[in-house]
Design a protein around this ligand. Structure first.
Ligand code: GDP
Length: 358
């Protein structure tokens, strides 16, 4: 629903209006190009690009929200890209349109993105009903998460009805992805149950579904892992999620499935479980709550990023920063004191930069 603060289409500058119309317009190569262009604009750090991107995003926002947002994590080699390719093709076969995004804050360090290499999803990447977008390489997790969140909305406006957000689980990236999706899926290997300690507890707690992949390699091990992880999740359910009783049919209890992404077996069952999850979450109000939480988290991410950026561009901060940094480096000033002085400049509590750098 358009809000009063959302600029009407007619208020957009002409180039943005054309771009927005194309994103919302007929499917095809012009629309694809417009989607790519919009996302590039959103990922740009140039203030003028950013301003145009914000206007564009606001105009597209009322048309977003209609997708199923699926977050996927798992260690490198577990089969994420094989799974996403198989699932994506399966969903396209059922008439869906699938977008794949990635959150990989390490990509700017390693110089490549986990999804930069299109050969990872060879068949999906050439499908006209799929759009694979590599992780933005803007560095910090906050920046990458923000761009991904915004790109997700653009894909929704462009009528992709399943948006998959992949992460490799560097630092807090799983929390970020779980905070922008409707279902968070953790992929595991058949031997995962043998060493439950190795699975980060925090990540297990985020998972709505766990999938044991490569079940074709060792069916017995996969079944064993499934049982072990199921009981571990039950423990989390009892102890880690206060207020949720063990057998409340109105509350989703994380489940464990096994499949083979390579052979494509178990995908239909997987999607059935996802649909059951979706129906239950919509019935018990969790779906709506999670969407509201996603928007709150988005707002706070933008506040954090906005404050930092305004701070860095503040003229008095820029003037005082070199001298204060030098004093910290030479041990003349505690870092915490320097930080406080710089923050006070923004708050207007110190009359002049000169006073702060003395
Ligand atoms: P990612 O790093 O998590 O994206 O993992 P990949 O999808 O690149 O898979 C890593 C390797 O595992 C590749 O050689 C895949 O062919 C293989 N693989 C993925 N899924 C399966 C599966 O279900 N069964 C078997 N046997 N191999 C798989």
């Amino acid at each position: 629903m358009p809000m009063s603060s959302v600029p009407a289409f007619s208020e957009l500058p002409e180039s943005e209006r054309d771009l927005a119309r194309q994103v919302l317009g007929p499917l095809g190569s012009a629309q694809r190009r417009a989607v790519a262009k919009t996302i590039t604009l959103l990922e740009s750090t140039r203030p003028d690009h950013r301003q145009r991107a914000e206007q564009l995003l606001n105009a597209l926002l009322p048309h977003s929200g209609g997708s199923f947002r699926l977050g996927i994590s798992g260690v490198p080699g577990v089969g994420k890209s094989t799974f996403i390719e198989a699932l994506g093709l399966f969903l396209i076969g059922q008439g869906h349109r699938v977008a794949v995004l990635a959150v990989d804050p390490s990509s700017s360090v390693s110089g490549g993105s986990i999804l930069g290499d299109k050969t990872r999803m060879e068949h999906l990447s050439v499908s006209p009903q799929a759009f694979i977008r590599p992780s933005p390489s803007s560095g910090t997790l906050g920046g990458v998460a923000q761009s991904t969140r915004e790109a997700l909305r653009v894909f929704e406006a462009a009528r992709y009805d399943v948006v998959i957000v992949e992460t490799v689980g560097v630092g807090q990236s799983e929390t970020a992805v779980a905070g922008m999706t409707d279902l968070f899926l953790l992929l595991q290997l058949p031997n995962a149950g043998d060493d439950l300690q190795a699975i980060k507890k925090g990540v297990m707690e985020l998972a709505d579904l766990v999938v044991i992949n490569k079940a074709d390699l060792d069916e017995a091990a996969a079944t064993r892992a499934r049982a072990q992880i199921t009981s571990a999740l039950r423990l989390f359910g009892l102890h880690g999620r206060p207020g949720q009783e063990a057998h409340n049919d109105n509350v989703w209890h994380p489940q464990v499935l096994q499949l083979s992404a390579l052979k494509g077996t178990g995908l239909a069952e997987f999607w059935d479980v996802v649909k059951r999850y979706q129906a239950l979450q919509q019935r018990n109000g969790q779906w709506q709550q999670r969407r509201l939480d996603q928007d709150q988290a988005w707002m706070w991410e933008r506040i954090d990023a906005g404050l930092k950026s305004r701070f860095k561009h503040h003229p008095q901060v820029k003037a005082a920063l070199p001298a204060l940094s030098e004093q910290v480096r030479s041990g003349k000033l505690a870092a915490s004191v320097a930080a406080e002085r710089l923050l006070a400049l923004v708050e207007g509590q110190i009359a002049s930069a000169r006073g702060a750098s003395q």
